[in-house]
Ligand binder design. Structure first.
Ligand code: GLU
Length: 304
């Protein structure tokens, strides 16, 4: 009996050790993503006040911010299933914004919101702001406000490493392509490449599972997202071709809250100047092989 239990304990230890090591090959990218020790420390602006912003006032009264994000996008917005901790470049942007708005790091609550539900979440006040690969465009500007952009991505294609026929969107005719419902990449394929057999799921990680199990031939969304998935499984998947759109990432805010939008634009500019933006990028999205670019100019469109 004792011996059986010992064997079971040894096996359990081996399993735990294997899991802790990430079961990865030597030299493969870190499975858990961001290098925590390389992340910047954001100075909390303790005296900050924004009485003109309804969203800010409500969050202050409540004692914490509620920030919408993604939880399954490598190096951008990832939630550790064991600890519930969110990490990635978008999460860092959310944290630096919170510090500028006068919120301590332990007063931010992240909430996962899928691409198709972002506008409603902002309109219903379920979240105070949203940071999650959210493209700024005129259609969405009718429904929500956008601070930024803080990064410029472009649409791309992810395929299995053994795929030799797909090099760009022009090769998608008759192929099954997966994207997220309510996303700009989905809309672009539907409008410009009608010969593709397009399928939609709530998230890109479901698309990636479908790619790996041969249910679809390609996954399409922003290169920033696809490169992260490819970096985590380089033997299985590759990003092909050149980006075929411009996807400027903004911070979504309630449409009428111009005060919050302006404050976030100021906060972004300051963090780009003081080096926090670059440091945060290098410790997160930079790990998927993208060198830190110059951030795009901020679009300070007038109050609506
Ligand atoms: N940036 C694109 C969008 O906002 C695709 C990524 C996403 O779905 O979050 O629709």
């Amino acid at each position: 009996m004792l011996r059986t239990r010992n064997i079971a304990a040894v096996l359990a230890c081996l399993l735990i050790a294997a899991l802790a090591a990430g079961c990865g090959r030597e030299g493969s990218p870190p499975v858990k993503g961001p290098k925590a020790e390389a992340l910047p420390d954001y100075t909390v602006d303790t005296g900050f006040e924004l009485p003109e912003s309804k969203t800010w006032k409500k969050a202050k009264r409540r004692g914490h911010l509620v920030v919408g994000a993604k939880e399954d996008q490598p190096y951008l917005g990832e939630k550790d299933p064991a600890t519930g901790v969110y990490s990635g470049f978008d999460i860092e942007i959310a944290r630096m914004m919170a510090a500028s708005l006068g919120f301590e790091p332990d007063t931010i609550r992240f909430r996962t919101i899928a691409s198709a539900n972002r506008e409603t979440a902002l309109q219903n006040g379920q979240i105070d702001y949203y940071v999650g690969t959210y493209t700024i465009n005129d259609m969405r500007k009718k429904l929500v406000g956008f601070a930024g952009p803080y990064y410029m991505a472009g649409q791309g294609l992810l395929v299995r490493t053994d795929e030799n026929d797909i090099h760009g969107p022009q090769d998608l005719a008759g192929k099954t392509v997966c994207s997220a419902a309510g996303s700009t990449p989905y809309q672009r394929i539907a409008a410009d490449y009608p010969e593709a057999d397009l399928v939609a799921y709530d998230t890109y990680s479901i698309c990636v599972d479908n790619l790996l199990t041969f249910q679809v031939d390609a996954v399409t969304t922003d290169d920033a997202i696809l490169l992260g998935f490819a970096a985590k499984a380089p033997d299985e998947m590759k990003v092909v071709g050149k980006p075929f759109s411009e996807e400027p990432y903004g911070i979504g805010v309630p449409r009428s809250d111009n005060a919050l939008r302006f404050a976030l634009n100021d906060a972004l500019e300051e963090n780009e100047k003081n080096g926090n933006w670059k440091k945060a990028f290098e410790a997160t999205l930079g790990l998927s092989g993208v060198p830190a670019p110059t951030p795009p100019p901020i679009d300070r469109y007038p109050a609506n």
